[in-house]
Design a protein around this ligand. Structure first.
Ligand code: MN
Length: 234
């Protein structure tokens, strides 16, 4: 995965990211529990290509929008216990997507750190603020999952959105907040999601997914060469 590492300061070859970091910002996470089995790959410097299969149609649609508007390349295959309900599948995909995003950002030098978006969709509007709040700069790959879960960071979710429908299709709208909480905690991101107005539940949720993706994409953007932290660590 790190085929371009060790080339800092040298002329980048064709295989290196066009976004100037010498390390490809990609990750693959496989997670299996008694409730879900997930394989997810993420390239945060992608083009919005996605292949999503969670068994939950509306959720797939939202994740495809997420990939497209964040310009992430994202593949997700999840086999979950959707005969029970969709809760485990949605929450666990949030966990793994969060871990993948954090892993893509192991090296935070030069990233913008903050991202903001206003995303209208017809009558609905989502405002999102994201901060890549904490994590580790240099970590042992084998210990990565353990370390990121143990680190005392400051991930947080603020979620202010009301849905007039309890379900969209057969997707329970209360799972939107569950998904983004799972994401934020595992991505080590402070995420504020506010929906000041909107009527159609499908539109509101889609605006949120697009808006979060846009804010995360901006926060991860490399635009400098310094680590934006007075603590010296992010
Ligand atoms: Mn739609």
């Amino acid at each position: 995965m790190n085929r371009c590492s060790g080339e800092k300061g040298l002329t980048m070859n064709n295989k290196c990211s066009k976004k100037m970091d010498s390390i490809a910002r990609k990750s693959v996470i496989v997670r299996k529990t008694k409730e879900t089995e997930i394989r997810l790959s993420l390239n945060i410097d992608g083009t919005g290509e996605s292949r999503i299969s969670t068994g939950v149609g509306f959720f797939d649609h939202m994740l495809e929008s997420f990939a497209k508007h964040g310009q992430f390349d994202l593949t997700i295959s999840c086999i979950g216990d959707i005969h029970v309900d969709f809760h485990h599948t949605v929450e666990d995909v949030g966990i793994v997507l969060g871990q993948a995003y954090a892993k893509c950002l192991e090296n935070k030098v030069g990233i913008k750190r903050y991202g903001f978006s206003f995303t209208p969709m017809d009558e609905a509007m989502a405002e999102v603020q994201a901060e890549i709040s904490s994590g580790i700069n240099t970590i042992d790959k084998d210990q990565w999952i353990q370390t990121v879960l143990d680190v005392s960071g400051r991930p947080f979710l603020v979620f202010n959105a009301d849905f007039s429908l309890l379900t969209v299709g057969d997707f329970p709208t209360e799972l939107v907040e569950e998904f983004f909480r799972a994401f934020a905690m595992n991505a080590m991101v402070t995420l504020h999601i506010n929906v000041p107005y909107g009527k159609n539940t499908h539109h509101i949720i889609e605006a949120i997914f697009k808006g979060v993706a846009r804010a995360l994409s901006e926060a991860a953007r490399i635009e400098g060469s310094v680590l934006l932290s007075t603590k010296g660590i992010l």
